[in-house]
Design a protein around this ligand. Structure first.
Ligand SMILES: NC(=O)c1ccc[n+]([C@@H]2O[C@H](COP(=O)([O-])OP(=O)(O)OC[C@H]3O[C@@H](n4cnc5c(N)ncnc54)[C@H](O)[C@@H]3O)[C@@H](O)[C@H]2O)c1
Length: 330
């Protein structure tokens, strides 16, 4: 069984620890967190021990490091783990700076260790099927990709302050999804809009909570992404791809398939409010894919390069918001 050391026992560290512990293919050996209680509680629930980051990275009893600490620690921890010869699964984004991602990926390449980035939506069963059917040509050439992502509410302001802002923290998933669906074409222009409509504290933290981005590839394909940190009805996650021969759409996943019909019309069940619930199958599949990568050499769907390219788009969107201009990707 492959042995993981997990760095960070917060929201996503918990999700990954449980997915590993229930995978039947790997174990969580150690957990580190700068808040010892958080590490101890999670370690207790998955049969692991607590240790410091340095102890875990240096431990011969650890094969792979899962990085689930705040974003501004990722690049340093990836390098530390790479230099120790460990396989790495790191949460998105790799860093808030494209330049820092480049230097970090250089270290990983020189160390020759496997690295996968936590763009879990590529493993969502619905989105994965949509991508497969798109690639198989069912709707011809994709022409317009529309991605909707709305969170029920914003994370704490203390998180937002360290997050790098909505484009780098939240829309980064959609930039990655856009690239996943575009296949071998990259966006070459980015135009962003953004505002604060849900909570003035977000503006005080220097961020936005409502945003849209339009991108275009060299051949003219268009991507439209909308994000909000508020959705009264749950975690709204939809994708539509319009192509030359039809349309593929992945709708929201409802809590049950039960519908009610009465004089007021047809009503569906609610959708999940938490991303953890909505994407549970994706997080599980992501861990299995990482294990396939290490054990069978199957390439991960999201590599360090994908982390870099998504970050480039996030930076371009931030620049476009500031200038009000279209940004050309070099
Ligand atoms: N892929 C996804 O669906 C997804 C979802 C949420 C968060 N994330 C990413 O995961 C990362 C963590 O987010 P979160 O929501 O779990 O945050 P969080 O604040 O809930 O958890 C982070 C944990 O790391 C600990 N920590 C901070 N600095 C540390 C250090 N130097 N060493 C060890 N522990 C340290 C904190 O005490 C905290 O318990 C972020 O980069 C975020 O972008 C990804």
């Amino acid at each position: 069984m492959l042995r993981f050391g997990i760095l960070g026992a917060g929201r996503i560290g918990n999700v990954h620890a449980r997915a590993i512990a229930s995978s039947g293919r790997a174990v969580v050996r150690y957990i580190a967190d700068s808040m010892p209680d958080a590490a101890a509680i999670l370690a207790g629930s998955v049969g692991a021990e607590t240790a410091s980051v340095d102890e875990i990275v240096a431990s011969p009893e650890v094969d792979a490091i899962l990085i689930a600490t705040p974003t501004d620690t990722h690049a340093d921890l990836i390098e530390q783990a790479a230099l120790a010869g460990k396989a790495i699964l790191c949460e998105k984004p790799v860093s808030l700076s494209v330049e820092r991602i480049r230097s970090c990926l250089d270290v990983v390449e020189k160390a020759g260790v496997p690295l996968m980035i936590g763009f879990h939506r590529r493993y969502d069963p619905n989105f994965a099927v949509l991508e497969r059917r798109l690639r198989s040509g069912e709707i011809g050439d994709p022409e317009i990709i529309t991605i909707t992502c709305r969170d029920p509410s914003a994370p704490p302001v203390s998180y937002i302050e360290r997050s790098g802002g909505l484009y780098r923290d939240m829309m980064i998933h959609d930039f990655d999804m856009a690239r996943f669906l575009l296949g071998d074409e990259e966006p070459v222009t980015v135009h962003a809009l953004g505002g604060v409509l849900t909570d003035p504290a977000i503006a005080k933290a220097g961020d936005i909570d409502t945003a849209s981005v339009q991108m275009q590839t060299a051949s003219g394909k268009i991507v439209v992404i909308t994000n909000s940190r508020r959705a009264t009805y749950g975690h709204d996650q939809r994708i539509e791809v319009h192509g030359s021969k039809g349309l593929l759409r992945a709708a929201n996943v409802h809590n049950t398939t039960v519908e009610l019909a009465n004089q007021g019309g047809w009503t569906q069940d609610a959708i999940p409010f938490s991303f953890v619930e909505r994407y549970q199958p994706a997080y599980t599949a992501e861990i299995h894919r990482f294990l396939d990568f290490l054990e069978k050499g199957e390439a991960p769907r999201a590599s360090g390069y994908d982390g870099l390219m998504a970050q480039k788009l996030a930076e371009a969107a931030s620049e476009s918001l500031k200038s009000g201009q279209v940004v050309f990707i070099k």
